[in-house]
Ligand binder design. Structure first.
Ligand SMILES: N[C@@H](CCC(=O)N[C@@H](CS)C(=O)NCC(=O)O)C(=O)O
Length: 212
C-alpha cells in the first residue's frame, strides 16, 4: 500500500493509526502542505481535491480518511474497528463524525490561510477561531461519552474503534493550539489509553519521518 501523507495532517494521522492497528505495512509518500506539494499536477491527477490522505491499495485510489477507515475495516476485518451491533456502530460513527465532519474541516490549512490571507484576521483572531471550533467539538464528544454507558478506557467497549481514532485527532490539534483540556476528563482518559498503544503513538505527527 502507498499512503500520501503529511506529518501534521490529522486526516493522514487517522489512516496511519488504522493501518498500524490492522498490522498493514505501507510505503509513505510525503507531501509538504505548506510548500504546496498537494497542488502539483501529478498529485492533482491522483486526488482532484488536492488533499491528503490518499491511499493506494492494489491500484485502487482511495480518498477521504473516514471512507478509507471503513474500506480498511471491510477489506481487512481483523481487528475490527467497529462494534458488531448496528446501534453501537451508528454511535461510533456519529462520534467520529463530530471530529471528521464538524470540527476538523474548520481548522484545516486552506481555511486557516483564508482567514489570514483573504479576511485579514490577526494571529490572535485566527487562534480564537481555531480554539472555538475545536472546543465545541470537544464539548460535544465529552457530553456523548458521559451519556454512553459502554464508554470507559475507550469510546465504546474494550478495544479501539474508529471513534477512538477520531477522538485522538480532535485532541492532538487541541494540544497544538493550546485549547484548555481540563473540562474533558473522559476524552483525556481515552486519549491517554490510546497513546499508550504503539499503533497510535507510532502514527503521531512528531514520530513521522517528515516531521520538522
Ligand atoms: N475530510 C478530509 C479532510 C482532508 C484534509 O482537509 N486534509 C488536509 C490535511 S489534514 C489537507 O490536505 N489540507 C490541505 C489544504 O488545506 O490545503 C478527510 O478526512 O480526509
Amino acid at each position: 500500500m502507498k499512503l500520501y501523507t503529511y506529518y501534521r495532517s490529522q486526516a493522514s494521522f487517522r489512516v496511519r493509526i488504522a493501518l498500524n492497528l490492522k498490522g498493514i505495512a505501507r510505503e509513505d509518500s510525503y507531501l509538504h502542505l505548506e510548500k504546496g506539494d498537494q497542488f502539483v499536477a501529478e498529485y492533482r491527477a491522483l486526488n482532484p481535491q488536492m488533499l491528503v490522505p490518499t491511499l493506494i491499495d492494489d491500484g485502487v485510489e482511495l480518498f477521504q480518511s473516514l471512507a478509507i477507515l471503513e474500506y480498511l475495516n471491510e477489506r481487512y476485518p481483523q481487528p475490527p474497528l467497529l462494534p458488531a451491533e448496528p446501534e453501537a456502530r451508528a454511535w461510533v460513527r456519529g462520534l467520529a463524525l463530530i471530529n471528521v465532519a464538524d470540527s476538523h474541516p474548520l481548522i484545516v490549512p486552506r481555511v486557516r490561510h483564508y482567514l489570514t490571507d483573504v479576511l485579514k484576521l490577526s494571529d490572535a483572531q485566527r487562534l480564537a477561531w481555531i480554539q472555538h471550533w475545536l472546543g465545541l467539538g470537544l464539548e460535544a464528544i465529552e457530553a456523548q461519552l458521559a451519556r454512553h454507558p459502554e464508554s470507559g478506557d475507550f469510546c465504546h467497549g474494550e478495544r479501539p474503534s474508529i471513534a477512538d481514532i477520531c477522538l485522538v485527532t480532535q485532541v492532538t490539534p487541541a494540544k497544538t493550539f493550546d485549547c484548555p483540556l481540563d473540562a474533558y476528563p473522559r476524552i483525556m482518559r481515552i486519549y491517554d489509553t490510546c497513546m499508550a498503544i504503539p499503533a497510535f503513538s507510532d502514527a503521531h505527527p512528531t514520530r513521522q519521518p517528515d516531521a520538522e
